[in-house]
Design a protein around this ligand. Structure first.
Ligand SMILES: [Zn+2]
Ligand SMILES: [Zn+2]
Length: 274
């Protein structure tokens, strides 16, 4: 089946607050997101549909028709305050995880019979997004960066072999990258907070691992790479092994960008998603 994706954008304000909690409890759980005036985002929504190809038009669905349907849904949200101007967040927090599920219901219900919604990805900001496919659990992803030096050099190979295989990456004094790490967690949404994981906890946990690599020379300062080459493949497996136990079974996928052109994905022992 062909999957067709169209990107949409809208802007909205929101606030994290529960009336049935004390101000102290709201402050403790939601921190700066409790501001009574709210704050806002430019949301980006990727809508993916599938269906039998129309033999006459060669399309899953006319994108103009999809655009009209989704824009009609988004009109209720665009340039609005999610808490006060829409009816969907009276009893749930307008987190990205909850919002993507609300949008799923509204868009799926409006699609014509020949098209089926298969995936929604909602970006709250470029480094934070939620994925939902309508049946399983929601996924939540966040980007982190660290800057490290390294040298590709395998201790089991001769100097000549290392030079031949790794080329300029074998430079004896090393070189470096701004690594970008995509961390995707999956699981049920906490109905009280609307979050799949507490964002502060996720940030703290991921930083406890990547901060050990940040501003370091991987081969010379990180013992895990003393006896194996610091390829992105070995780094992503190292990061998975460090992060998976700390994230309590919720780590679903890591993606490591060594440069903007070299991208590696790892989902542990389960099949990799791309
Ligand atoms: Zn926000
Ligand atoms: Zn490199």
């Amino acid at each position: 089946m062909v999957v067709a994706t169209r990107r949409f954008e809208f802007s909205a304000a929101h606030r994290y607050w529960r009336d049935d909690w004390s101000a102290e409890e709201n402050e403790r759980v939601f921190g700066p997101y409790t501001s009574p005036y709210g704050h806002g985002h430019n949301y980006t929504l990727d809508v993916s549909i599938t269906g039998e190809l129309d033999e006459r038009t060669g399309m899953v669905m006319n994108m103009t028709e999809l655009k009209a349907i989704v824009n009609d849904v988004l009109e209720e949200f665009d340039h609005k305050h999610l808490n006060f101007d829409t009816p969907y967040f009276r009893d749930q927090i307008p987190t990205t995880e909850n919002l993507v599920r609300v949008l799923w219901r509204l868009i799926a219900a409006r699609l014509p019979a020949h098209a089926r919604l298969v995936h929604l990805r909602l970006y709250e900001q470029p480094d934070l997004w939620a994925d939902y496919d309508g049946t399983g659990e929601t996924q939540f992803s966040r980007l982190y960066t660290f800057a490290s030096a390294h040298r590709l050099h395998a201790p089991t190979l001769s100097d000549d072999e290392n030079r031949l295989i790794y080329g300029k990456c074998n430079n004896p004094n090393g070189h470096g990258h701004n690594y970008t790490l995509e961390v995707t967690v999956q699981g049920p949404i906490d109905p009280a907070t609307g979050m799949l994981v507490d964002l502060e906890w996720l940030d703290r946990t991921v930083h406890s691992v990547i901060d050990q690599l940040h501003l370091r020379h991987l081969d010379r300062e990180i013992s895990a790479f003393a006896d194996r080459p610091s390829t992105a493949e070995n780094i992503i497996v190292y990061l998975w092994n460090e992060l998976a136990p700390l994230l309590e079974g919720r780590l679903a996928l890591l993606r490591l960008w060594e440069t903007r052109k070299n991208i590696f994905s790892y989902a542990g022992p389960s099949p990799v998603q791309v």
